[in-house]
Design a protein around this ligand. Structure first.
Ligand code: PLP
Ligand code: COI
Length: 339
């Protein structure tokens, strides 16, 4: 892929050669199909279109210095995909099928895995939707599972340069007992008004608060939030945020780096006590936060001195990406090699 400018890839769609598809019908999953088409033929009454029966995942393949392709904790994505499917009453994709699909799609599109040292990765997007026709509101009897890949650069174009976030009180992405813990398309649709307002104001993303009381931090657009104070990594516990695999990993890594860790409700006012803050996720990796603006109180919370990410944030970032690219031993057992 000589014509791809790997170092300047955006986080966006780029056509690759193949995608993988399966159909669930009559209570069972059919065989793997390889497709070269970027399009799907979809029934006009599919529940995925009308009633939001759709879930997805996001994980990355990393090219190591040794020429080996690594996956980071893919089993966790497979498990969360099952939780999401179950959450909106869809057929579940068994872990074995998920594995078969992602390994196959990577092997077929090997030439799109960005070279080591470019900072780019191959983003893997499993997608599941109700493909059977219904007009009444009920779960579909048929489902389609697709996995495509696309080479990507950093999600926040600043990369590891600190970004600014806008607190959002007038839009909720998910209700307390709603679908926030599932990775379903509806949550992202619900977040768009806030995201567009944040972008229009020059912010990288919106910071959502808990929908019930608007007192506690939920998450930062498509990433979890963390703050650091007194050598402690603190991240929100909430019933309406996605359980980030990156965040789960950072909690373990912070512990191994001698930091204390806390997962609990984080009141907005506590932002003034954090010396560092960041957004974390597969796409975001770790995006350090420079400033958070609260439009209701006009308060600005600042975390980065001289526009540079803090020491603990960088330690966590470097350790995470070193493990992902295979530069550091896989001491936690998080890496799988795609042969
Ligand atoms: N929160 C939301 C809403 C997301 O979409 C994502 C991305 O998947 C995350 C958090 C981060 O999760 P993970 O680290 O598993 O990618
Ligand atoms: C990811 O981090 O993998 C995500 O899914 C974020 C995405 C919605 C862009």
């Amino acid at each position: 892929m000589d014509n791809l400018d790997w170092k300047n890839l955006p986080f966006g769609y780029h056509k690759t050669d193949y995608n993988i598809r399966y159909t669930y019908k009559d209570g069972k999953w059919g065989d793997l199909k390889i497709s070269t088409s970027e399009y799907i033929d979809i029934h006009i009454a599919a529940t995925g279109l009308h009633y939001g029966q759709e879930a997805f995942e996001g994980l990355k393949a990393y090219m190591g210095k040794d020429g080996k392709i690594r996956l980071f904790r893919w089993e966790e994505n497979a498990k969360r995909f099952i939780i999401s499917a179950d959450g909106i009453k869809m057929a579940k994709v068994p872990v074995g099928l998920f594995r078969e699909a992602i390994y196959k799609v990577i092997s077929l599109n090997r030439k799109f895995v960005p070279p080591y040292g470019t900072g780019a990765t191959l983003y893997i997007r499993p997608l599941l939707y109700g493909s059977g026709p219904e007009v009444g509101v009920k779960p579909s009897g048929e489902y389609t599972f697709i996995v495509f890949v696309t080479p990507v650069g950093p999600y926040f174009k600043e990369g590891v340069k600190p970004v600014n976030m806008l607190i959002c009180r007038d839009v909720d992405r998910a209700a307390p007992k709603g679908t926030g813990i599932f990775k379903v398309g509806g949550n992202y649709a619900a977040s768009l008004r806030a995201l567009c307002a944040a972008r229009d104001g020059g912010y990288a993303s919106s910071l959502f608060l808990d929908a019930r009381e608007k007192k506690y931090i939920d998450e930062c657009g498509p990433a979890n939030f963390f703050g650091i104070k007194n050598n402690t990594y603190i991240t929100p516990k909430s019933e309406s945020i996605l359980n980030s695999i990156t965040n789960m990993s950072l909690i373990e890594m912070a512990g191994s780096l001698g930091m204390k860790t806390e997962r609990r409700q984080v009141p907005v006012e506590e932002l003034s006590e954090f010396t560092e803050a960041g957004a974390c996720g597969t796409a975001a990796v770790i995006s350090p936060i420079a400033k958070i603006f609260d439009p209701d109180t006009n308060q600005v919370y600042e975390f980065c001195k001289d526009g540079k990410p803090g020491e603990a944030t960088m330690k966590l970032y470097n350790k995470l990406v070193s493990i992902q690219y295979g530069d550091e031993p896989d001491e936690f057992g998080w890496i799988s090699i795609v042969e």
